[in-house]
Design a protein around this ligand. Structure first.
Ligand code: GDP
Ligand code: K
Ligand code: MG
Length: 265
């Protein structure tokens, strides 16, 4: 089973992959897309690591981005390393939340700490770890600093059952999650709550995965009812709820230490 590297585009994912795997890199292609598939082996530990295409969310905007979501839907993974750009915390944590909802062990590699500090922001890794409920290891992927600590954290976390986080999405969406989850098969990837949320958000890869296994129309009807009750798209509601949760995470973990324009977007 793979250790899978997830992160937004340009967060240092490939740099980190190279630090973790040294020269054991194998390059091929993901099926159906032109994105290269990079698989390596964790230095000295023989654990396979895969570098996935950079995505801002598990809702793919292109076929290439769909590779990351399809990976979760089809490949059992032993742990996720989620590389997070400390200078763009708010944007990065939207993917993090969806990975934490999936329920596989997650270790955060907090990268671009130097860039954040130049912008006058210091992220407290220990506090962020406490808020997210998973290890947060500061790294400088360009130089490899912090990779040994990261490897230790991954080896300690991998293959251990890890409880998924459960953000409260409010009565309408919670009711929809419950009703959809009741209908999902027990062997759904991740967990039923995650799958129900991804379906409610309109994740087409999730719909494609479920389609063919059974009739999607009752699930689509629940989504429609929910959107009627909300008065707008479930995806918007879910995004905004996560954004408030992330604001709180930033408020308790990121310190602005200089009077510079701060953009934690
Ligand atoms: P990917 O798109 O996520 O695979 O990111 P890359 O590994 O290609 O890195 C994107 C850019 O960020 C490259 O120019 C890296 O050298 C740079 N980079 C990676 N890690 C760091 C870091 O910790 N600090 C700084 N300042 N730059 C970094
Ligand atoms: K890049
Ligand atoms: Mg890359």
């Amino acid at each position: 089973m793979y250790v899978a590297l997830f992160g937004n585009p340009n967060t240092g994912k490939t740099s980190l992959f190279n630090c973790l795997t040294g020269s054991y890199e194998y390059v091929g292609n993901w099926s159906g897309v032109t994105v290269e598939k990079k698989v390596g082996v964790l230095r000295q530990h023989g654990v396979p690591v895969v570098d996935l295409p950079g995505v801002y969310s598990l809702q793919p905007l292109s076929r290439d981005e769909g590779v990351a979501t399809d990976f979760l839907l089809t490949e059992p993974c032993s742990a996720i390393v989620n590389i997070v750009d400390a200078s763009q915390l708010r944007r990065n944590l939207h993917l993090t939340v969806q990975l934490l909802e999936f329920g596989c062990p997650v270790v955060i590699a907090l990268n671009m700490v130097d860039v954040a500090e130049k912008r006058g922001v210091k992220v407290d890794a220990a506090k962020l770890s406490k808020y997210l409920g998973v290890p947060v290891i500061p790294v400088i992927a360009r130089t490899g600093k912090g990779t040994n600590e990261l490897v230790h954290a991954v080896l300690a976390a991998k293959d251990k059952p890890h409880p998924a986080i459960a953000i409260d999405y409010g009565a309408e969406v919670e009711n929809a999650i419950r009703r959809i989850a009741e209908q999902l098969p027990d062997d759904v990837p991740g967990n039923k709550r995650w799958a129900a949320l991804q379906f409610l958000e309109g994740n087409e890869r999730m719909a494609a995965y479920l389609h063919g296994r059974f009739d999607l129309s009752p699930l689509a009807a629940i989504r429609e009812e929910t959107e009627q009750a909300l008065g707008y798209q479930a995806a918007k509601h879910i995004y905004e709820t996560r954004d408030r949760w992330i604001s709180e995470a930033i408020a308790v973990t990121a310190i602005e230490f200089e009077q510079k324009p701060l953009t934690l977007t």
